[in-house]
Design a protein around this ligand. Sequence first.
Ligand SMILES: [Mn+2]
Length: 391
Amino acid sequence: MKFIHVADTHLGRGDKNVEARVHDFYNAFKQVVDFAIKEKVDFIVHSGDFFDKARPPINTLVFATKQLERLKESKIPIFLIAGSHDIGVGETILTLFDELGLIKNLSSSRYYKIEDGKIHLDGEMFRDVFVCGVPGKRANIEEIYKRIVPANKGKYKIFMFHHTISDISEKFADIPTSVLPKGFDYYAGGHWHGFYEKKYDKGIIIYPGSTEFNDITEAEKNKERCFMLVDIDKNKIEKIKLNVREHIIYKINCSGLDAKEVADKCINEIKEIKKDAVLVIKLYGRLKKGTKAEVNRNKIISWGKDAGFLATKVYIGDLENPEKPFVSAGIKSPSKIEEEYLKQQKYNTDEIKLAKDIIKIMGNVSGKEVEVAKDEIIQLIEGVLIENKKD
Ligand SMILES: [Mn+2]
């Protein structure tokens, strides 16, 4: 018996200014479905973040429905849990797909009952395989794990979850690894977007990672995207590589430059030109003159377009402005001081508003909410980019 383990497909995600990137996320999932049908796997487990939002756009729903119907026609069930992105306020669209019989959402209330303070996971049997899981909620999650009692059935047992374990990263951990229930053969992880594997109890924990690059740090850390093919009888676990859009990343040192010289320096330094790849330029160092807001990003972007790149992204987060004397503090509020400082750096009113919104979000971040804050910030920035595009 063979199954596929996939996670974090984030359907509906992608750069809103580059339509092709939205299709890249579709294409990655379609590769999984094609493979499943071709290899005649028995079932699929998906560890959450199937969609990027709890209420995805119509186009995304059309795409997902067609792919799930292909699986249904081939009699390949897909067992799934809701990830942090699938869970919105109130219901998730997964309920609809579950009701239509296109997926089995094992994190829905149909699959567990609460008795004497314990959470009994009933899961689902597929022949002699037992599959169960918990949704990617964050609130009180450690306590919830401690109350979990999975049903004891099946010859081969799969536990699906959508949390980062402390063994991967203490900093980003949602749960200590040790709260995972014991006795499973395969711990199908999601939420952590890179590949990770580790033995646990008598089984193995595996995170295949996301199927596409959700942000630049993912493309920077690991060029590969994959899903898992597991042959239960042969006790064999295989990584299946996905064919995803190439990201070419350049880090360009701008120390001692005038802001006006930065664009030309970037254009001169880019030697590797690949048609249809995403070009990522990360600027760093302290400028000698001008401010980072004065870097002519549009010149770099339009050069990238002419060179044939699908998209060009220029990041100025690590670039520093020339040293300036401090603003006198007096009895002003921190917010006022931030604003004055940003004005002095020649940012315009919209940019100052964006910066203040970001500072506000970051001021409320605790370790566990980093991903949520990151999403909020990305949305803020994308919002501004779209606004500017309209002008
Ligand atoms: Mn995710």
